[in-house]
Design a protein around this ligand. Structure first.
Ligand code: ATP
Ligand code: MG
Length: 193
């Protein structure tokens, strides 16, 4: 299986669709948000550092994040293909991922971009705040995360386009979860032929 990078704004459904793809294709899954929340929950040194950034809607510094990603990747079972969910979020992270995978004789594979309108994103995140109680799902922090996404992460769309691996899926075109999964699966199947 080719690796997959699932990409989109906060609340775009990266976690939801990753879980479905993992279920369908039996791939590995790295969610950097989940990794960091696990560290916070376990009260590790890394968790303490991460909490300050996350609660403020800011990104964890690239060097630290790249180190965490490499360690998490190397702990995955080999040979199945991995979904990267929430990484890369900056150009520096993307360059580092490309290099890291090349050193391990693999590559980024397929970039899946989830394109969702801002008003829908805000509604979903505020709803998730009620359902899951994530500390960074409050209106003020969400606005900061959107701004960080716009300035630091969205420029990656062009970067992936240049890499020739970008596939965009619009929530307008595929409004239901099943429609979206079918469209994404068609690309995954074609890319793995
Ligand atoms: P969703 O999963 O709904 O798309 P999200 O993208 O906002 O939402 P996560 O991916 O869970 O949420 O990330 C939560 C927070 O963890 C980020 O706001 C950021 O502070 C930190 N974080 C996660 N991944 C990275 C990364 N690659 N680089 C820097 N910080 C990160
Ligand atoms: Mg997530």
């Amino acid at each position: 299986m080719k690796n997959i990078i699932i990409f989109g704004a906060p609340g775009s459904g990266k976690g939801t669709y990753s879980a479905k793809i993992v279920e369908k294709y039996g791939m590995g899954h790295i969610s950097t948000g989940d990794v960091l929340r696990g560290e916070i929950k376990n009260g590790t040194e890394l968790g303490k550092i991460a909490k300050g950034y996350i609660d403020n809607g800011q990104l964890i510094p690239d060097e630290l994040m790249i180190d965490i990603l490499a360690k998490t990747y190397d702990a995955q079972p080999a040979g199945k293909g991995v979904i990267f969910d929430g990484f890369p979020r900056t150009i520096a992270q993307a360059e580092a991922l490309k290099k890291m995978l090349a050193e391990r004789n693999t590559e980024m594979g397929i970039m899946v971009e989830l394109d969702v309108d801002a008003d829908i994103l805000m509604k979903r995140l505020l709803n998730r705040a009620i359902e899951q109680g994530r500390a960074d799902d409050n209106e003020e922090t969400i606005k900061k995360r959107f701004e960080v996404y716009r300035t630091q992460t969205a420029p990656l769309i062009e970067w992936f386009e240049k890499e020739g691996i970008r596939h965009t899926f619009s929530a307008k075109q595929y409004p239901g979860i099943d429609d979206m999964i079918n469209a994404i699966s068609a690309v995954i199947d074609a890319e793995n032929k």
